[in-house]
Design a protein around this ligand. Structure first.
Ligand SMILES: [Zn+2]
Length: 383
């Protein structure tokens, strides 16, 4: 019970993270547009309105149950009857708590809604963009994603130039073959691209492609560090963070055109958002990609600490080139992130073997990167 007169700003609750059957106690607070979940130990989680729905709690005496439409689905249960009125008051204008019919529509339903009233849609959109963007992302056919990924890749290659020297590509191919199921260690068939840019950077683009820069390859001190960066980016690719983030940043017009089946606006929108180093992810996505990377590393004979080492190498190299931080600026590296890496390194059991440790190939890559290039001019402009 709240002491009389005290502001009822927080409520005890139970949180099910969807991974285990057990709940953990949290304290729930309300901020504009956000619910905060603070456990006794650990970080505060933030649920944005639009990410979750009210499952029950309307009837008197009934605990409030909220579900967050994440993977896996998370559940929050608040027993206090005092909570729901506060929650409703914190709801953004035109936002809603109940599962909306848009939660599981077919493309045709979406199209009908779009045509029936852009104004209504706009209101929904404005307050539920993250949820709606995820929904739209699920509606993006894989071949579209691949198509725009290719277009983006062509733009990047045209602007920066692409490395085709097998000596440079070999260590990357070995890493890709080890980490991505069904890919052979063949530079000609890889889904990654090495761009001629001295800005140490790496990012995923739609369609599962991973882009690395020569600056990144120079910065990496060991194959394990490069594998860690690759694993992080493949974590983003696997969870389709790129298309989700692009759609979250995108305009109503673009989303409407996507829903209506007109790909032309999508093309320019995707291209703009996918410019080298131009896309930033939410912290939630970064944590997910880090987690994916560390689990992947640990199951390939490599300490997750390699990820922290890679970040360190990139930071040093970025300092030397004087460019913007690239990978680091688009990948926030707060102390919390390094702390998570340290904790995971202590917790995860390292098994299996790293198929990418080939000192000769690594040295050959370093030598090829150091040699003067004749084939294409280098583009070292920091972006
Ligand atoms: Zn990332």
């Amino acid at each position: 019970m709240e002491p009389e007169g005290a502001p009822a700003e927080c409520w005890p609750a139970r949180h099910f993270d969807g991974r285990t059957a057990e709940s953990r106690p949290v304290t729930v607070g309300l901020e504009p547009g956000v619910i905060t979940l603070t456990p006794a130990l650990g970080d505060t989680a933030r649920w944005t309105f639009g990410e979750f729905v009210l499952i029950r709690g309307d009837r008197a005496g009934e605990p409030v149950q909220l579900e967050r439409r994440s993977q896996p689905v998370e559940v929050l249960i608040v027993d206090s009857p005092d909570f729901l009125p506060h929650l409703r008051r914190a709801l953004p204008r035109n936002g809603r708590l109940k599962p909306h019919s848009l939660a599981t529509p077919s493309l045709h339903v979406l199209l009908a809604v779009a045509l029936a009233g852009a104004a209504l849609l706009f209101a929904l959109w404005k307050f539920a963009i993250p949820a709606f963007a995820d929904l739209a992302a699920e509606r993006v056919p894989p071949e579209w994603e691949d198509h725009y990924g290719q277009a983006m890749l062509e733009d990047l290659v045209q602007e920066h130039g692409r490395v085709s020297d097998p000596a440079v590509l070999r260590p990357c191919s070995r890493i890709e073959a080890a980490l991505v199921p069904g890919v052979a260690a063949n530079p000609a068939s890889g889904r990654y691209v090495v761009l001629r840019s001295e800005l140490p950077n790496a990012f995923a683009i739609p369609g599962g492609h991973i882009v690395l820069t020569t600056g990144l390859l120079r910065a990496m001190r060991t194959p394990d560090e490069l594998a860690a960066v690759f694993a992080h980016e493949s974590g983003h690719a696997k969870r389709r963070h790129v298309i989700r983030s692009i759609l979250r940043l995108t305009s109503l017009q673009l989303l409407l055109s996507l829903v209506a089946g007109d790909p032309s606006a999508l093309s320019s929108g995707l291209r703009t958002a996918g410019e080298l180093g131009g896309l930033s992810y939410s912290r939630q996505y970064e944590r997910q990609a880090d987690d994916e990377a560390m689990v992947l590393l640990a199951s390939h004979g490599t300490s997750p600490a390699a990820l922290g080492d890679a970040l360190d190498s990139i930071r040093r190299a970025a300092g030397v080139t004087g460019g913007s931080l690239g990978f680091l600026s688009t990948h926030p590296a707060p102390a919390e992130r390094l702390e998570r890496i340290r904790a995971a390194s202590a917790r995860l059991v390292v098994t299996g073997r790293a198929g990418w440790r080939d000192p000769q190939a690594w040295d050959a890559m370093k030598q090829a990167l150091a040699a003067p290039r004749q084939d294409q001019p280098d583009d070292a402009r920091p972006r």
